[in-house]
Design a protein around this ligand. Structure first.
Ligand SMILES: Cc1ncc(COP(=O)(O)O)c(C=O)c1O
Length: 409
């Protein structure tokens, strides 16, 4: 059919239709009941949630739920307006004050999602005569921010300081006056590796570029007060913009950008993904504000990383090929064949573990991944249960070959 707008999706639809039907389909699974940050009823059975990004277990934190409930009852279910028109309540301003305090910055802007924060900041800051320089493994929201803007986009090899230097030098040689925005992530979400921010920011600054770091997977997790990898690596003063999300360790939804740039506030007047969408509902604003206060003083970071090391070490000792090392809360098993990865996912859900199946194009190097993102709320028993089930299914599928079951022996 010539004029069928959907024809271009036929190959995807064919792949999709060949997936197992019912409980074994990773794209139709739903939670019948959520019991806690780490457990839910799925397909009628209690299941451990191994990939929620709920790093600090905040979704059921009593103080956050109380704050949300009070805001819901006093301010209603939604703002029905954009931040510019009707949608800025005192509580949105308080949340921005809390972010300023949390990051010790002069400015903070809250968006309705982290995705929109990246869209808005990247597309607005980098105009037609400017350059955005991004890591090849950047999150889709960073790529989409580039696509939405009018700047020239240049990619450098993942975490490769030498390659970044080369790309920046080339831009500067051709265009000594160009505005350049280098976009990095604190932790890369699929393989959980940290960016060498010290080196990358040093190089960026040597070429007079602005630096933005997306700390979506690192807020709450790294740094003395949970500000992320920039704090952990001691380079906050070198970074112009930190973007983040409330949808992971903060346990709700929303995005933000903080900065010390004196002209930052102008973004409220020119940033379309900030202006042309409704603001966050009061209950979300209230729980995010409370969660940020709790995260700054949390003692759960060590527990989270020790959970991650236990799972990563256990899986690699069992003989799985790992894409991660336990340096972040993410644990990812690499599976060579896509069909095996899909079967693996289905067997795990049957065994009572909901892990994330991550497939290309969402993954770097076209990897098929069984990806866990752990929580400080996971107990040691839950981590060991996951390990046991991974080893059981891995053995059944022949992925561990003759590796002994060393972990649980
Ligand atoms: C690196 C990164 N940036 C931004 C986002 C978007 O966050 P949100 O869920 O708030 O839209 C994500 C979410 O997965 C992410 O991993």
């Amino acid at each position: 059919m010539t004029f069928d707008l959907f024809e271009k999706f036929d190959p995807i639809l064919n792949d999709y239709n060949s997936l197992p039907k019912g409980a074994g389909n990773p794209f139709t699974v739903s939670m019948e009941q959520v019991l806690s940050p780490t457990t839910a009823i799925i397909n009628g059975r209690e299941t451990i949630l191994a990939g929620t990004n709920n790093y600090m277990g905040m979704t059921f934190n009593q103080e956050c739920m109380d704050a949300a409930q009070e805001a819901l009852l006093t301010l209603g279910t939604g703002t029905t307006g954009s931040r510019m028109l009707n949608g800025t309540y005192n509580s949105h301003k308080k949340l921005e004050d809390t972010l300023r305090e949390f990051y010790d910055t002069k400015h903070a802007i809250v968006f309705s999602t982290g995705y929109q924060a990246n869209l808005g900041i990247i597309a607005t800051l980098a105009g037609p005569k400017d350059y955005v320089v991004i890591d090849a493994d950047s999150h889709a929201s960073i790529y989409d921010g580039c696509a939405m803007g009018n700047a020239t986009v240049v990619r450098f090899k993942h975490n490769d300081a030498h390659n970044l230097d080369k790309k920046l030098a080339r831009i500067r040689k051709n265009d000594p006056q160009a505005g350049i925005l280098v976009v990095l992530e604190g932790v890369y979400s699929m393989l959980g590796d940290q960016a060498p921010l010290k080196e990358l920011t040093r190089i960026s600054k040597a070429h007079n570029a602005f630096v933005l770091v997306d700390e979506a997977h690192s807020i709450g997790v790294f740094g003395e007060t949970g500000r992320g990898v920039a704090q952990e690596q001691g380079v906050e003063d070198q970074i112009d913009f930190i973007v983040g999300t409330f949808s992971k360790s903060v346990g709700t939804i929303g995005g933000y950008c903080v900065s010390n740039n004196p002209k930052f506030e102008v973004l409220r007047l020119v940033c379309r993904p900030y202006i042309f969408t409704a603001s966050l509902p009061p209950s979300v604003v209230a729980s995010a504000t409370k969660a940020l206060e709790l995260i700054a003083n949390s003692n759960l970071r060590a527990k989270l990383l020790s959970n991650s090391r236990r799972l990563n070490n256990g899986l690699s000792q069992a003989g799985f090929e790992m894409g991660t090392t336990g340096e972040s809360p993410i644990a990812a098993i690499i599976i060579a064949e896509q069909n095996t990865a899909i079967t693996f996912w289905g067997e795990m859900i049957k065994e009572g573990v909901y892990v994330n199946l991550a497939l290309p194009p969402a993954t770097p190097k076209k990897l098929n991944l069984m990806r866990c993102s752990l929580s400080a709320a996971h107990s040691l028993e839950q981590i060991d249960f996951m390990l046991e089930k991974f080893i059981l299914v891995g053995t059944k599928l022949g992925l561990l070959q003759d590796m002994p079951k060393r972990v649980l022996a």
